[in-house]
Design a protein around this ligand. Structure first.
Ligand code: AMP
Length: 210
């Protein structure tokens, strides 16, 4: 199964860019954070296990992530776009073992800009569409444009949890940049600026190497 991976610090725009690219290529978009939050919302045994870990901004264990992936992958899809996976070296090795990775897009942004995006991020309680009070405002304040649901802040977008999530990124995920670079799979993309401008850079990074 073919796969493209989005890597980047929280707030770099992985979710948005992965969704746009999945539409462009017709690949399945697998967002691990959303899958975990769906488990919490449905109060499944896995959801109960992971809730406090996620709210504290820590990483869920690799085994639980593999279990979740196993259930989520649509094997009929022409390819998968991973967003939020891998986040550890063990996960990266799992990915290399089970998927044909063609590209790893590293969305590069400084912490200050990422932090500004995250603290102004709002998510629809119902359909999970994301908004941003600065760059992607909803038409009516606090109300989702797509489904009319209420917009809320994610619990792990609190300043304390964000600090921990940045630390986890530097400790666990940053080494993956070297790992994929060594395999000539890394495409570094400037993630600052408007959504459409970044999406264009992603497409050009993919076509430049082909
Ligand atoms: P995200 O929505 O991608 O920021 O993910 C939210 C939270 O879900 C993270 O802070 C982790 O607690 C957990 N999580 C998401 N993806 C992974 C992963 N690949 N490995 C471990 N934990 C993860």
């Amino acid at each position: 199964m073919k796969a493209i991976v989005f890597l980047g610090i929280q707030g770099s725009g992985k979710g948005t860019q992965a969704m746009l690219l999945s539409r462009e290529l017709g690949y399945q978009h697998v967002n691990i954070g959303d899958l975990l939050r769906a488990q919490i919302a449905a109060s499944t045994p896995m959801g109960q296990k992971v809730q406090s870990i996620i709210e504290a901004g820590k990483l869920v264990s690799d085994d639980l992530i593999f279990e979740l992936l196993e259930e989520a992958i649509d094997h009929a899809s022409p390819g998968i776009i991973f967003d939020g996976f891998p986040r550890t070296l063990v996960q990266a090795e799992h990915l290399s073992d089970y998927y044909l990775v063609s590209d790893v897009i590293y969305l590069d942004i400084n912490e200050e800009a990422a932090l500004a995006r995250m603290t102004s991020r709002l998510v629809c309680e119902r359909c999970k569409s994301t908004y941003n009070q600065v760059s992607k405002k909803p038409a009516r304040q606090g109300i989702c444009d797509v489904c009319g649901g209420h917009l809320v802040q994610r619990k792990d977008d609190s300043p304390a949890a964000i600090r921990l999530r940045f630390e986890a990124f530097h400790r666990e995920t940053y080494p993956l940049i070297r790992y994929f670079e060594a395999q000539s799979l890394l495409r570094k993309v400037d993630a600052k600026g408007e959504i459409e401008a970044v999406a264009k850079r992603v497409l050009s990074a993919l076509s430049n190497k082909r």
